[in-house]
Design a protein around this ligand. Structure first.
Ligand code: CUA
Length: 302
């Protein structure tokens, strides 16, 4: 389920992990074997009276030095791996990552935007990440990389994918009701396919379009355009319909006119459509003309 992809960053993490597991397993076996051996050797029926042992300086020194050396090796391998994860190659392609409750969006240097992270194989990719609301954490298990995504600050990750194919993206920091659904995908493509996708800028919004804004604002993470009921009600056929809503804990019926849509976007917890949860985050910093463009678009979805 995590996808088949690997990247140069997975190697760095796997090596440290394997080293620690091997050392731990060897220690576990040695300690367990000694415990069993001593339990048998010094059992009460053979030695009813215990000997008093004063301790042994050479042994004390030995079992201090050996673990210290092992831990230093762990630190060394861990630090080497950490350096690999933090040193972004100069020629990396930068993709901006924006996290918000509850989806991820990716913006490329030429203005292209998407909700799936499309990348070319065997090229270093730098992710410059920020959040619009609370702390999230961007996690690609297959590539062994994870980093917090913090509002008001830019954090980064990088990787160089080595095989084509998809890999999962998760949010690894609890960020509210739909945290578990804050998922996306990395799609590693061969260079040719990627260039073809990247060069096609016809879907880059010119000016502010309704559909583009709904995607950008994260609306489509919960509201479908095709009539499917999701975390939130669908936009299809919404305009002009009669809605049963809960307002001030009382059930009322309202008509979904322009004012209703505006209220529902700007102050979503005011009225909750019956049968849905009050989980929609309040829209912040939406310009008036953007709000109007979104409403105008929803009106067309019959
Ligand atoms: Cu975003 Cu959890």
């Amino acid at each position: 389920m995590y996808g088949t992809g690997t990247s140069t960053t997975s190697g760095a993490v796997n090596d440290v992990f394997l080293f620690m597991v091997v050392v731990s397993v060897i220690l576990l076996l040695v300690v367990t074997a000694l415990m069993i051996y001593f339990s048998v050797k010094y059992r009460r029926s053979r030695r009813p009276k215990a000997d008093q042992i004063e301790g042994s300086l050479p042994l004390e020194i030995l079992w201090t030095i050996i673990p210290t050396v092992i831990v230093l090796f762990m630190f060394y391998f861990g630090f080497e791996g950490f350096k690999t994860l933090r040193d972004v190659p100069e020629d990396a392609m930068t993709v901006k990552v924006t996290g918000r409750m509850w989806d991820w969006s990716f913006t490329y240097e030429n203005g292209k935007k998407s909700n799936t992270l499309f990348v070319p194989v065997d090229r270093p990719i730098k992710l410059a990440m920020t959040s619009l609301d609370v702390i999230h954490s961007f996690f690609i298990p297959a590539f062994r990389i994870k980093e917090d995504v913090v509002p008001g600050r830019e954090t980064y990750l990088w990787f160089r994918p080595q095989t084509t194919g998809p890999a999962d993206v998760f949010c690894a920091e609890y960020c509210g009701q739909s945290h578990a659904y804050m998922m996306s995908e990395v799609l590693v493509m061969n260079e040719e396919d990627f260039q073809q996708w990247y060069a096609d800028t016809t879907d880059v919004p010119q000016g502010r379009s309704g559909p583009g804004l709904l995607g950008e604002q994260g609306c489509l993470g919960c509201h479908s355009l095709d009539g499917r009921e999701d975390i939130g009600p669908t936009f299809k056929g919404l305009f002009g319909s009669e809605r049963t809503v809960i307002r001030d804990e009382e059930e009322t019926t309202v008509t979904a006119d322009e004012e209703y849509l505006r209220r529902a976007i700007v102050d979503p917890s005011e009225e909750i459509v019956k049968g849905f949860y009050n989980v929609m985050p309040q829209a912040r910093n939406i310009a008036d003309e953007d709000l109007q463009a979104m409403i105008d678009y929803i009106k067309t979805l019959e």
